[in-house]
Design a protein around this ligand. Sequence first.
Ligand code: TMP
Length: 247
Amino acid sequence: MASDAELIYEGKAKKLYKGQQAGTLVQYFKDDATAFNAQKKDTITGKGILNNLISSHLFPAVGEMGIPHHFIDRLSPREQLVKSVEIIPLEIIIRNTAAGSICARLGMEEGSRLDHTLVEFCLKDDALGDPVIATEHIRLMGLASDDELDQIVDYSLRINDFLSGLFFAIGIRLVDFKLEFGRYQQDGDDIVILADELSPDNCRLWDISTDEKMDKDRFRRDLGGLIEAYSEIARRLGLEIPDITAS
Ligand code: TMP
């Protein structure tokens, strides 16, 4: 990243710099990996490059089916230009198959198919451990309006249908994933648009024939082979993989 660019925010896996044009940011993908609210940490060389590559492919695809989003362009192996938004402090979790925290929380068996797609909300607050919250809490805390929430759920389900099909076509089951949305000013109106990233860091992706995990669970569960798995996702998506050792 150009050394003179102003750092706006540093998260666990990404940094945001001020873009050259007003209303834009440069989203920089780090190699840092964290899990369990950053109690587990490591650096995995090349992860950021692969996530930038995959996310830069999936955002325009989602945009093609009418979902507004923050992505503008992939600038370099680790950077993308995005629209600056006011992040709505919610993590939207969409689940097709039981895995991860819902199994621990509700005693579901990992791998069991859910009768219908489940949309859960978590409060985006690391200090509180991103707790699951109900729509009543969201209303009470004024985190999003009812119209914004309706829009978020509608977009999330449409993204799920689209991505489930896209991954199915390349032999991958979209088990669950996390989305974040932001408010963006367009023609004087505040609209809700998709932000953050779409990558194996925030999706669970299992090979359809073997159930092999091809996502960040390889790190969370010490399975190894994360770079190989993310590279395989990129390869199946038809993407040309850049030199992942680039800094
Ligand atoms: P969970 O089963 O741990 O709640 O995760 C559900 C999905 O959300 C999974 O695909 C991983 C993703 N996720 C994130 O992207 N960031 C997070 O901080 C957490 C907890 C989950």
